[in-house]
Design a protein around this ligand. Structure first.
Ligand SMILES: NC(=O)c1ccc[n+]([C@@H]2O[C@H](COP(=O)([O-])OP(=O)(O)OC[C@H]3O[C@@H](n4cnc5c(N)ncnc54)[C@H](OP(=O)(O)O)[C@@H]3O)[C@@H](O)[C@H]2O)c1
Length: 273
């Protein structure tokens, strides 16, 4: 049974360090996947309005029979819905699809600096938190100047920033800035979308521990105190990605994985939007 530790958030809540991602999980297979992941011990599901599967995530949560308070559900406001009023409406739509009156974590999906609406959007998230509809609030794909602007204009930094992060793109400077400011870092594309799993360094470490390359990479994230939610459409691989609490990587393993850093993203650079 997968039992992930929880990390503390700046607002006093806690978050399970391991979850499942649902980007590109087809709506028709989402409910069974979520139910199966929860049966395997997962308690944290990452979705977004963009992913088109919030209703099916909600179906899977209900089918699991696990108490609402044991589950941790994140969703995100999409770019088109940024702005104070639109964000409040987008939240209502997401909550209704999920079948939840409260989400555990609500995120601004991308900053879109050219639209210049992320501060007003953040103010809407602050209201949702005050009303108890979002227990924790955060952002995604924000860089330091965006975070500083939220702090300067509202006095409140996000509890988390969800950013692309994997051994090829470890974001060491941003992670250190987050840690110095009480922000938990969540890693999206933690497996580089599958693209680094045939690397020989990971194959050697996988052999050393009797694990798979994916499990070595998930362990790398956990050892670095990141929150991680690999995505797989296969329940077997979802279970595999969670069997990571019976080993840890040593300093030499981490040094070897550090050689994979090429600075390559799988996604777009959010500063350029
Ligand atoms: N905030 C954002 O802007 C943002 C952007 C992207 C993603 N995300 C979130 O982060 C989550 C994870 O990122 P991601 O889905 O882009 O990429 P990822 O988790 O790095 O990689 C997913 C890919 O890895 C494969 N995979 C998973 N487990 C495997 C295993 N054990 N062995 C071999 N292959 C495996 C999957 O294939 P199969 O599915 O075929 O197993 C899929 O192709 C998303 O689902 C989403 O929740 C957020």
């Amino acid at each position: 049974m997968i039992a992930a530790p929880r990390l503390s958030l700046s607002d006093g809540s806690t978050i399970p360090q391991l979850g499942i991602g649902t980007y590109k999980v087809p709506a028709e297979s989402t409910a069974a996947l979520v139910e199966g992941a929860i049966a395997a011990g997962y308690r944290h599901i990452d979705t977004a309005a963009l992913y088109g599967n919030e209703a099916e995530v909600g179906e899977g949560l209900r089918a699991s029979g696990v108490d609402r308070d044991e589950l941790f559900v994140t969703t995100k406001v999409w770019n088109d819905d940024q702005g104070y009023d639109r964000t409040l409406r987008a939240f209502d739509a997401s909550a209704e699809k999920l079948g939840l009156d409260r989400v555990d974590l609500y995120l601004i999906h991308w900053p879109i600096p050219s639209a210049d609406r992320y501060v007003d959007t953040w103010k809407a998230l602050l209201r949702l938190q005050q009303e108890g509809r979002a227990t924790s609030i955060g952002v995604s794909n924000f860089s330091v100047p965006h975070l500083e602007r939220l702090r300067d204009e509202t006095g409140v930094l996000p509890a988390v920033n969800q950013v692309e992060l994997h051994p090829r793109f470890p974001q060491d400077d941003l992670v250190a800035w987050h840690a110095a400011h009480g922000i938990v870092t969540e890693a999206w594309a933690p497996l580089a979308r599958g693209g680094l799993l045939d690397d020989p360094v990971l194959a050697r470490l996988a052999e050393k521990y009797g694990k798979t390359p994916a499990q070595v990479v998930v362990r790398w994230h956990l050892d670095r105190d990141l929150v991680v939610f690999p995505k797989s459409v296969s329940l077997e691989r979802v279970r595999e990605n969670g069997e990571v609490f019976d080993f840890t990587l040593d300093a030499d393993d981490h040094a070897q994985i550090a050689t994979l850093n090429t600075g390559e993203r799988t996604g777009r650079n959010p500063d350029l939007d």
